[in-house]
Ligand binder design. Structure first.
Ligand code: A3P
Length: 289
C-alpha cells in the first residue's frame, strides 16, 4: 500500500517529487521580500495562498474589478516549488518576478533550502485539525483518484496516517517544526489555524497583513477592504468561479477537487472508524512535544 510513498529526509513523499525537491533545495535563492506559504497537504493551502496573494498585491490589483483571483486558480498565482517550478529538471529563472514573490511548499521546515532560513523572507503556515486534514486527504486519494492507489478502507488509511505515513508527514513533525519556529522567530514564521480562520477571518487577515509588513490602514479598514478580501477568498466564492471548476493548476490535480466542503469538524462523521487510532496519535503528540 505504501509503495508510492518513500521516506526521504525523514518525511514521506512520492518518488517523482524527490527530484524536484532536491532541485529546489539546491537552486532556489530566497530574496528578503519573498513570501512562502507552507502547509501539509489538505490543511487550507489554497485558501492561504489566495489570502496572501490578495493582501500582498492589493496596491496593484483592485479587489472589486479584474482581480487575478477571479480568473486564475490560487495555485497558478502562488506556484509550488515541488509541483510547478522545479519539476522535470527545470531550473526556473525567478529573478524577473515582481516583488513580493509568492511561493508555496509542502516541504517540512527542516528540509527547506538554506537560503530561506538565511534570508529575511517570511513563511506563513496554516495548521488544520489533523482529523479533518486526514478526512480531506482520504477523500482526495481514495474517492477522487482511486486509480492512483489500491483501494483501502478508511480504518487502514487512518492507521497509516497515525503512523506518520502520509504525504509530507508525519503530520506532527511537520506541524511542530513550523510551530516551534514560529515561537522562536515570530518575525519569520506566522502560524495560523484553519479553525480560527473559519471563526474570524477578519482577525487573521489583519494579523497576516501586519506580519507581511503591509498592515491595513485605517482608511482601508473603514473602506471595507478587509471584508472584500475575505469575501474574494471565501470557500464559496472560489468554488463558484469558472476557473476553479475546470483546469489543472497543479500537474494532474483537477482544480474542482480543491474545493470539497471547507468545513470544520467533518471528521465527526467518521469518528467511529478513527477512534482506535486516537490513543496512538495522542501519545505520539505528547512525545513530540
Ligand atoms: P475539505 O476536503 O475538508 O473540504 P488544500 O488547499 O491544502 O488542498 O486543502 C483543501 C481543503 O481546504 C479542502 O477541505 C477544501 O475544501 C478546503 N478549502 C479550499 N478552499 C477553501 C477556502 N477558501 N476556505 C476554506 N476552506 C477551503
Amino acid at each position: 500500500r505504501t509503495t508510492k510513498l518513500y521516506l526521504f529526509q525523514n518525511f514521506w513523499c512520492q518518488p517523482k517529487e524527490i527530484e524536484a525537491i532536491m532541485s529546489f533545495q539546491k537552486h532556489f535563492k530566497a530574496q528578503d521580500g519573498d513570501i512562502i506559504v507552507a502547509t501539509i497537504p489538505k490543511s487550507g493551502t489554497t485558501w492561504l495562498k489566495a489570502l496572501a496573494f490578495a493582501i500582498s498585491t492589493r496596491k496593484r490589483f483592485n479587489v472589486k474589478e479584474n482581480h487575478p483571483l477571479l480568473t486564475s486558480n490560487p495555485h497558478d498565482l502562488v506556484p509550488f516549488f515541488e509541483y510547478n517550478l522545479y519539476t522535470d529538471n527545470n531550473i526556473p529563472d525567478l529573478s524577473h518576478l515582481p516583488s513580493p514573490r509568492l511561493f508555496g511548499t509542502h516541504v517540512p521546515l527542516g528540509s527547506l533550502p538554506d537560503s530561506i532560513r538565511e534570508s529575511n523572507c517570511r513563511i506563513v503556515y496554516v495548521c488544520r485539525n489533523p482529523f479533518d486534514t486526514f478526512v480531506s486527504i482520504w477523500h482526495y486519494l481514495v474517492k477522487i483518484r482511486p486509480e492512483n492507489f489500491e483501494p483501502f478502507s478508511l480504518e487502514e488509511a487512518f492507521d497509516m496516517y497515525c503512523r506518520g505515513v502520509v504525504g509530507y508527514g508525519p503530520y506532527w513533525d511537520h506541524m511542530l517544526g513550523y510551530y516551534k519556529q514560529s515561537l522562536e522567530t515570530p518575525h519569520k514564521v506566522l502560524f495560523l489555524r484553519y479553525e480560527d480562520m473559519k471563526k474570524d477571518i477578519t482577525f487573521d487577515l489583519k494579523k497576516l497583513a501586519q506580519f507581511l509588513g503591509s498592515p491595513f490602514s485605517l482608511e482601508e479598514e473603514r473602506g471595507g477592504v478587509v471584508e472584500e478580501i475575505a469575501n474574494l477568498c471565501s470557500f464559496q466564492n472560489l468554488k463558484d468561479l469558472e476557473v476553479n471548476k475546470e483546469g489543472k493548476a497543479i500537474s494532474d490535480f483537477e482544480n474542482k477537487h480543491l474545493f470539497r466542503k471547507g468545513e470544520v469538524g467533518d471528521w465527526d462523521m467518521v469518528k467511529g472508524h478513527m477512534v482506535f487510532g486516537l490513543s496512538y496519535a495522542l501519545s505520539h503528540h505528547k512525545a513530540a512535544l
